[in-house]
Design a protein around this ligand. Sequence first.
Ligand code: ADP
Ligand code: ZN
Length: 720
Amino acid sequence: MNRARLLMMNAALGPLDYRVPDGMDVVPGSVVLAPLGPRQVIGIVWEEGRLPAERVADSRLRPLLEVLPVPPLRAELRRLIEWTADYYCASLASVARMVLSSGGALKGPATMTEYRLSGGMPERMTPQRERAMAALEGEQATIRELAGLSDVSEGVLRGLVNQGVLEPVVVDCDRPYLLARADYAEPVLNGAQQDVADRFVAAVEEHRFAPFLLDGVTGSGKTETYFEAIAAAIRAGQQTLVLLPEIALTEAFLRRFEDRFGATPVLWHSSLKSTERRRGWRAIASGSAQVVVGARSALFLPYANLGLIVVDEAHETSFKQDEGVRYNARDVAVMRARFERIPVVLASATPALESLQMAAAGTYEKLDLESRYGGAMLPAITTINLTEEPPERGRWLAPPLVEAMQARMERGEQSLLFLNRRGFAPLTLCRNCGHRFQCPNCSAWLVEHRLSHRLACHHCGHETSTPDACPECGEHDCLVACGPGVERIADEVATILPEARVAVATSDTLNTPEKAAAFVAAAEEGAIDVIVGTQLVTKGFHFPELTLVGVVDADLGLEGGDLRAAERTYQQVAQVAGRAGRGAKPGEVLIQTRHPDAPVIAALAAGDRDAFYDAETEARRHAGAPPFGRWAAIIVSSEDEAEAREAANRIGATRPNLPDVAILGPAPAPLSLLRGRYRYRLLINARRTAQVQDVIRDWLGALTFPSGVRVGVDIDPYSF
Ligand code: ADP
Ligand code: ZN
C-alpha cells in the first residue's frame, strides 16, 4: 500500500487519506499515528471502497508517522464497527473508540508506574496531603488515578513523590494470566443438561455461527452447561467472552469459574485500574486471554481469535447503553457472533419477548432446561392483597409476610425482602412548610440515605449531607420521609424481629468486590437472617437456607407508562422468586400487591409463564411495539431550556411524512432535566419493515444546530 485511507478517532473529522512511507508495513486494520496540522492523531486504516473520502492528489498527501505496536483490527471487527454505527445511527469513530478503549494505552512500553505509601511522612502535613495518603492506604495506583480518588491535584502528588512519601512500583502490563484448564474439574451433567451442552460443544468445535436461546428455570444449571462450551473453546485454543449484567455479581461467578477451570478469567469493566485495563486489552488482542468476563463494553474489544460468546441473564436491561453510542449488547453480541462465525448463547430464565420471538421464527435455536438441578422444587407463589390485609400504620410489611418471616426465624432459615428502591425514602419533605428536596441538576427528588446520612440524586450522583433544618423555613426536626426504600424496610424488620440479623444488599452497601464477597460468605454461613435488597439480589446468588422471598411492592414497576413495564416486573419477580428454596428445603414466595388481578401478577401467582407471554405478545402486537413494530427516539438536550425547545421544535417541523412511520412529539422527556441539561424528545413508531435509520439520517442530516445542542438517537429504546 502506498496510500492509506484512515478512519480518524476524532468524530469531528471525516476519513482522510495519507501516504504510506516506503518500508512501512500497513494493512487494513492497522492502527496508526498520523499528522493533522501540528498535532498527531490516531487513525485506523480502512478499505478505501468502504469509506468514501474526498480524493486528494498523491503529491499533496502527508506521510503516516508510525504504525502502533498492536495487532491490526481484523476484518470481522471492522464489519462489526460499521454495522453498529449504521444500525444505531452513531459515528464510526465513536464505535471504534470503544474498540481501542483507551487510545493512550496503545502507545509506549508495556510497563506502567503505580505508587504506594513508603511509610515516610511529608515535611509538612496539609489537608490535601492527608487526603491523598488516606486514599492510598493499603492500595497502589497511578498518579492520575490517585488524583481522581483523593480529589488532589497531580502537582501535590508529585511533591509527595519527590519527598519519598509515595514510592513507585513498576507494573508489567504484559505479565501473563494463569491458564485455565478445560479438564480441571469436569462435572457430571444430568440428561437434559448434557443434551444442551452437546449442542454448544458441537457448534464451538465446528466454529460456525449458531445463536442459541438457553431458556432454563432458575437453578437448572444453565451456567454448568455453558461452562462445557467454554471448555470446548479452551480445548480448541479459542477465546470466550462472557457478558454479565452486573459487575457486583462477578465475585460468586469467579469462584465457580475457578472451581471448574482452575484459574480466574480476565475481568473487564469500567472501574478497572489503568494498569489492569492495559494488561487486559493487550492480552485480549494478542490472544493470550482465554476467557474474558465483562460488562457490555467488553463486547467491542479486539479479540484475536474469538470462539464463543455467552450473554448471561440476557434479558437484563443493563445490557442497554443509554448514553454515547446507544446500543444493546445482547443484540450486538449476536451480530458479532455472525461476523466471527461462532456460536452465541443467550441464557435466561425469563427471556425477553424479542428473543422468544426470534426463537419462534427459527432464527435462534431454543434449548430448554425445565427443572431445577437435583430435584429442588420451584417455590410456591402467593399474593397478599394489601387492600384487604394492610400493614400497620406507617409500616410496609403486611401481617402474613411478617408471620412467614417469624416462622423462618424460628426454624433458623433465611428470608429475602425485595424492594427495588435504594436508600431510606424516595422523597423527603418539610412538615412545616412543605418544602421538597429536589436535585439541582435533574427533575428528580433527592433520596435520603440514612446509613450514610446523605441526600442523593440517583440520576446524576449529586449529594449533600442531610440537613438538620429545612433550608426554606429554617425549622428544626421537621423533615418527613415519604415512602419506603430498602433501608427503611430494614428498620422495620429490626422493630418486628429484634433478634434478627439484617443485611441491606444494594449497590450502595455492596459497592466493592470485597464487600460483595463478604456479604455472600455471611449469607452462606447463615450469619444473616433477613436480607433486604434491590434488583442486585434478584440473580446469581445461591443461598441454600433461603426459603422465603417477600416482594414488598410488586406494583412499583407497573406505574408509569413504560413500554416494557409489565415484562420487567415479570422478570424481576420471577428472578427474585428463583432465590427461594434452592437447597433441600422448599421455598415460598409472598407478593404484596394492590392489584392481584393484573395479568402480570396473576400469571406469576399461577406459575403460568406462557399466560404472561401470550398476554404480553398480544398487547405489543396491538400497540405496534417490538417485536411487531419498531420504536426509536430522538433526544435533544441543551443547558439552555429555550435552546433545547427550539431545536426540538425545528426537528418536529421538518418531520418526514411517510405512510409506515408515525412521529410523536416533541415533548419534554420524562426526565426533562438531567445532569443540568434540558431534554426534549420525539418518538418514532414504525412498521417492522420501515428503514427507520435511513429516515432519521436523512431527516437530521439536513439540519444544523447551535453548538450547545446535542441530538442523540436511540434505536430500540428501553425506557421512555
Ligand atoms: P442457573 O444458572 O440455571 O440458575 P446454576 O448453573 O447456577 O443454574 O445451577 C444451580 C445450582 O445447581 C448450582 O449450585 C450448581 O452448582 C448446581 N448444579 C447444577 N448442575 C449441576 C451438576 N450437573 N452437578 C453438580 N451441581 C450442579
Ligand atoms: Zn441529579
